[in-house]
Design a protein around this ligand. Structure first.
Ligand code: ATP
Ligand code: MG
Length: 567
């Protein structure tokens, strides 16, 4: 008994405020114990990490409480929407590891919404306004100043009915008329000041309904009712919709028939990340203007961008779990997301050797032509991952910055007269270098100690540094793409003076074309993850074709081997 109690308490502690509400509703027997949520993206762009936060909640709540979650496309604006976005949204949700119970569209309800609008006109609760958008905006007033009534507000019901029908037949040009709800021009809630219900769109066919409709409902006239038509019990959305809620309730009151069911809207804080923009409008602009290579550019905060970069669904879900859901907006350090990625890949990514800025190292006392297969452990965190072989030869590549000719005392990498260990191989002593006319180092020379082979009983001689390397002959050429933050400032959305494009980090992408990787990587498939030892986590980019290897740096890695030994 007491055990169960403890578990219950633990469970309570970890509930977020939305789960607490859901459990209370369940305990009170609301909606006969039914739980239904929805994830309602507008198909006008690709999903980003902010959407992942909503997805984890919408699908997560349904999963946790045995309910259902529908994927509902809010496709009320054909000007901006496209099937390309519909397809990508489905792919990204599944990639995150969620599955909807049904796909539905706001456009499924176009007829119901239209009929409801007609009913409201008949009841004197809606009218056709023929003023321009500018005039209507001016008449709206401000939160402290009342609005002004439209001269069309009290036109006869028959006139509005007739005009609305003709609007939908395409008799009037876009922008010439709108249908407005007749509510209250002096309401303290601006959303009640005769909000727009329908506008004319004749120039853009809808991706599903084609040219059937010439009038389209506004989001605010579609969203709450769609929830209601579907039987959504908990409508979870971001905080900015809190002030829209009374309007949704107003429409549902007018729609409600016998039962007193209504969706319960609960708002939570949006995800904002440092050095990132999340607005779809801005992301679209980056793509359209070629500032990035596409929606899936690895520098983008889109789910497809992160996927291409090598972030895993598990890492993203762990991150979302860590940041939680609250009622307060804020900005999360992007380093927290990168930490979650590193943590996940540390557990799963095979360790391999890659030299991204190679310089030749010649082991002068190692026999020419000899090849020794060394054992390289795949993942020290996971013994079950096993090991693979890496070829050791007389001529190797090491990182250029792992060598210093006149090194300070604390430099524990390669320098003349000092010993270092070559990972999985031997201890070597640097004996000299060869430079070109410009003074650049062309080759480094060293001698190895045959008694120090890694894993052999007499090989535990202490040296302070361990370097990674690849064999000249037994390595493959590769391109490596290093990514840095896309924006140079912490909160690009807050800089009001400058256009956000001016805040882009000019060094967000560095392409290294002369890298060398161990042969094992010939087997890599696109999106496979690796840890390039001492450098970071990488994945194989899908651009890799015909034997050409292109790697994306997912996240850098601290040089842990040498750092630890430095102390
Ligand atoms: P826009 O960038 O045009 O404002 P949006 O954020 O409204 O787009 P939608 O496609 O309407 O995009 O969003 C679908 C769902 O995802 C909504 O429920 C919305 O509240 C949620 N969502 C969008 N952005 C975030 C975010 N940054 N954090 C959490 N949830 C988000
Ligand atoms: Mg939206």
């Amino acid at each position: 008994m007491s055990d169960i109690k403890v578990n219950e308490e633990e469970n309570k502690k970890s509930l977020n405020f939305i789960e607490t509400i859901v459990e209370k509703d369940l305990a009170e027997g609301k909606n006969s114990g039914r739980i239904q949520t929805r994830f309602p993206p507008e198909p006008n762009g690709y999903l980003h990490i902010g959407h992942a936060k909503a997805i984890c909640l919408d699908f997560g709540i349904a999963q946790k409480y045995g309910g259902i979650c529908k994927l509902r496309f809010d496709d009320t604006n054909p000007v901006k929407e496209d099937v390309e976005y519909v397809d990508s949204i489905m792919e990204d949700i599944q990639w995150l590891g969620f599955q909807w119970d049904e796909v539905v569209y706001a456009s499924d309800y176009f007829q119901q919404l239209y009929d409801f609008a007609v009913t409201l006109i008949k009841q004197g609760k809606a009218y056709v306004d023929e003023q321009s958008a500018e005039v209507i905006a001016q008449q709206k007033g401000t939160p402290t100043q009342p609005g002004t009534e439209s001269p069309f507000r009290n036109r006869p019901v028959e006139e509005s009915l007739d005009l609305f029908e003709r609007m939908n037949k395409g008799e009037f040009p876009e922008g010439s008329m709108i249908l407005r709800a007749k509510i209250d021009m002096v309401s303290s809630n601006m959303h009640f000041r005769d909000p727009i219900m329908y506008r004319i769109i004749t120039q853009h066919p809808h991706h599903r309904t084609g040219t059937t409709w010439k009038v389209y409902p506004m989001y605010d006239f579609a969203h709450g009712q769609s929830d209601y038509f579907e039987g959504v019990t908990h409508s979870l959305c971001t905080l900015e919709f809190e002030v829209h809620r009374p309007l949704y309730d107003y429409f549902i009151d007018l729609l409600q028939t016998k039962d007193n069911y209504r969706p319960r809207q609960i708002e939570f804080n949006r995800l904002n990340l440092t050095y990132t923009v999340m607005s779809k409008r801005k992301l679209l602009q980056l793509v359209k203007e070629g500032r990035v290579k596409g929606w899936d550019d690895p520098r983008m905060p889109t789910l497809c961008g992160y996927r291409r970069r090598g972030f895993t669904p598990q890492a993203i879900r762990n991150f979302i779990d860590k940041i939680g859901y609250t009622k307060y907006d804020g900005i999360i350090d992007v380093a927290l997301l990168e930490y979650a990625v590193r943590e996940d890949l540390n557990a799963t990514a095979p360790r391999v050797s890659a030299v991204i800025d190679p310089v030749k190292l010649i082991i002068t006392n190692y026999p020419e032509g000899e090849v020794e297969m060394m054992e390289a452990v795949n993942n020290p965190e996971d013994p079950s991952a096993g090991s693979h072989e890496i070829a050791f030869t007389r001529e190797l590549y090491i990182e250029r910055d792992d060598f210093m000719e006149d090194a300070p005392k604390k430099f524990f990498r390669m320098t003349p007269g000092k010993e270092v260990r070559l990972k999985s191989a031997y201890i070597v002593m640097c004996t000299g270098v060869k430079k070109n006319a410009a003074g650049e180092i062309e080759e480094i020379y060293a001698e190895y100690d045959p008694n120090t082979k890694s894993g052999m009983s007499n090989s535990d001689r202490k040296v302070k540094g361990t370097l990674h390397w690849v064999s000249v002959e037994h390595s493959l050429p590769a391109e490596v793409r290093l990514y840095d933050r896309l924006f140079g400032v912490e909160n690009p959305s807050e800089e009001k003076e400058k256009d956000f494009l001016e805040l882009l980090n000019p060094d967000s992408l560095t392409v290294l074309t002369n890298c060398r990787v161990e042969k094992e990587l010939a087997k890599a498939k696109p999106y496979d993850h690796f840890q390039f030892q001492r450098i970071g986590y990488f994945n194989l980019d899908p651009d890799s074709q015909n034997g050409k290897l292109i790697f994306n740096r997912t996240v850098p890695l601290k040089d842990t081997w040498n750092k630890v030994k430095d102390k």
